[in-house]
Design a protein around this ligand. Structure first.
Ligand code: IPM
Ligand code: MG
Length: 361
């Protein structure tokens, strides 16, 4: 029997709340396909600051490096908002991405049929929507040096650096081309090449790779236009590849098209080694602890983990099928209720939603 070691980092807010139910689904899927998943748990983000003083304790990083996959809930919350930049909970997540070399962030925006009415767009614009956003995750303005806040001419200035080297652009672009090959063969590279030098290089490097993938239709789009096109006619996209900050923004936009941020999973992959899986939603401090959070983004992240890191596609399929069945049966958490008249016994909380997925597994 194959055995997998999964390191679980619940983190803060609803991230921590959805983790227990998601781990239960993970174990049930393992039983079903006949593999074993050993779970260990650690601290990251605000809870790690409270317990150890650091958002990314050394033992957390060491354990993550040893694991086959990491499942993370979310980090951050108002309690830690006043901390200096380098001490904030978010640094824990950014530090993990960087230390584990997780340069490729896959954020699918897939609409489950019954949720079309929960989308902020008209049903016909989003029916059958299936986009994959590939976000570069370890470079760009998130990590560029120099950065800081300093005195210049008697006032404070804040600055960051948007920097991409050719090899960073090439490796994320290749992920884009390869995944486009497995999907509908269309890749749209998003940049701001009309203004930014780093984007000019980005566009040149991506274009130069196109000959290696004659079966992929490559296009380029400026990021402002891409934001507009995502809410105008989202189905024109198949795979989008873009830099760290543009991807952060566009993936939230794409998420909303599918009805709720509460539905979207993500995978962060390295060239080799451990992968990290997390819901795209944050820690939602406003509803944390109230059994209102939608656990499906984390449960679907578990499915991605089975597919991309643990090589158990049957477990991934089983989880995704169970989620689709629960939605087909009419069950909703608050965030995906939309304008529907949901029967009161079908409007469920975090635990009940996860239990329904377990039942359907
Ligand atoms: C995300 C989040 C993170 C990011 C934060 C929490 C650091 O918004 O994963 O999209 O900006 O990358
Ligand atoms: Mg974000």
């Amino acid at each position: 029997m194959s055995e997998h070691n999964v390191y679980v980092l619940p983190g803060d807010g609803i991230g921590a709340e959805v983790m227990g139910p998601a781990v239960a689904v993970m174990q049930a899927a393992a039983d079903q396909v006949g593999c074993a998943v050993n779970v260990t748990q650690g601290l990251v983000g605000g809870v790690a600051i409270d317990a150890t003083g650091s958002p990314l304790p050394e033992e957390t990083l060491a354990a993550a490096q040893q694991a086959d996959a990491v499942l993370l809930g979310g980090v951050g919350g108002p309690k830690w908002d006043d901390l200096p930049m380098d001490a904030r909970p978010e640094r824990g997540l950014l530090g993990l991405r960087q230390a584990l070399g997780l340069f490729a962030n896959l954020r699918p925006a897939l609409l489950f049929g019954p949720l079309a009415q929960a989308s902020s767009l008209k049903t016909e614009l989003v029916a059958d929507l299936d986009i994959l956003i590939i976000r570069e995750l370890t470079g760009g303005i998130y990590f560029g040096e120099p950065r800081g806040i300093e005195m210049r001419d008697n006032e404070r200035v804040g600055f960051n650096t948007l920097v991409y080297s050719e090899h960073e652009i090439e490796r994320i672009a290749r992920v884009g081309f390869e995944l486009a090959q497995k999907r509908n063969g269309r890749l749209c590279s998003v940049d701001k090449a009309n203004v930014l030098d780093s984007s000019q290089l980005w566009r040149e490097v991506v274009s130069n790779l196109a000959d290696d993938y004659p079966d992929v239709e490559l296009s380029h789009m400026y990021v402002d236009n891409a934001g507009m096109q995502l809410v105008r006619e989202p189905k024109q996209f198949d795979v989008i590849v873009t830099g760290n900050m543009f991807g952060d923004i566009l993936s939230d936009v794409a998420a909303m098209l599918t009805g709720s941020l509460g539905m979207l999973p993500s995978a962060s992959l390295a060239a080799s080694g451990v992968g990290l899986y997390e819901p795209v939603h944050g820690t939602a401090p406003d509803i944390a602890g109230e059994d209102k959070a939608n656990p499906l983004a984390t449960i679907l992240s578990v499915a991605m983990m089975y597919r991309y890191s643990l090589d158990q596609p049957a477990a991934a399929d089983a989880i995704e099928r169970a989620v689709a069945q629960v939605l087909d049966a009419g069950y909703r958490t608050l965030d995906i209720q939309g304008n529907e008249a949901v029967q009161s016994d079908q409007l469920v909380g975090t635990k009940a939603m996860a239990d329904l997925v377990l039942e359907h597994l």
